[in-house]
Design a protein around this ligand. Sequence first.
Ligand code: C2O
Length: 352
Amino acid sequence: TPVPAPDLTSCSKSKINRDEEVPYLCCAPKPDDMSKVPYYKFPSVTKLRIRQPAHAADEEYVAKYSLAIRKMKDLDKTEPSNPIGFKQQANIHCAYCNGAYKIDGKELQVHNSWLFFPFHRWYLYFYERILGSLIDDPTFALPYWNWDHPKGMRFPPMFDRQGTALYDERRNQQIHNGTVLDLGSFGDKVQTTQLQLMANNLTLMYRQMVTNAPCPRLFFGAPYVLGNNVEAPGTIEVIPHGPVHVWTGTAAGSTLPGGGRSHGEDMGNFYSAGLDPVFYCHHSNVDRMWSEWKAIGGKRTDLTQKDWLNSEFFFYDENKNPFRVKVRDCLDTKKMGYDYAPMPTPWRNFKP
Ligand code: C2O
């Protein structure tokens, strides 16, 4: 049986970890009648939104993007329960991933299984449309953090300007000095040159996209169906998706700016990850890897199981209307109205 959209009427507190609760409620605003929430239909697409690599963005784009995020953040002050506000949008991740929703008596978790790619694709789909509508630009597209290319293996500079809407205080301080990301590391540092690190990253990308993911089961992760969730994430979800989160967040156990002990905030914990604007840029590239993986060909195709195709999520659109969406409707980005600006994928030549 596929996983249905969560029932918001039974939403409760989320957990930061086994012993600590998130101090606020992450539940989405409840629609008047949950049973009447319609299925989403795509608005007609006149022009595709083209997602560009973040490191190459020009000032005009950065200004537009930060204005959109600024407007989203302003909603938090004037209408805290507006579902398209910045915090409400971040709370979507917190609710879906930290145990706020129960399905069939069990906590819903959209990570570590085949729900990972489709959930985040739909999440970004609406987020992007909300940003575009806040600045009246129907072609607005999110940037992607091009960490699979040497030019994108550092923190994207547009997010590192203090005082702007794209900045987040609760990040790893290493970010400021232009360190090269280690796509395979969950915290330990290996002594190596930047050049060697980039080469290692490319080899790693080859491994996760090609060698270790020859078929859908290994790329997407294990089935997640009602009553039976084996936790087994797909190749890209583990690496590099996980390390990029951990690298960007503050070190667990350190003191947070503003006080308190860190649980990896913001990017390094599910409940807070969406509070860092770079989250959506990171996930844009994760999403792009789904398209790139299919482009390699062979047995690299979408899953065909009905339990996957008919799984559902719940989201608000840019007009604050609630919808149910199905996995089967998110398999083609062009049909959804967006695509990725082509970028070379040098890792394809990095067979170990
Ligand atoms: Cu839902 Cu990158 O985590």
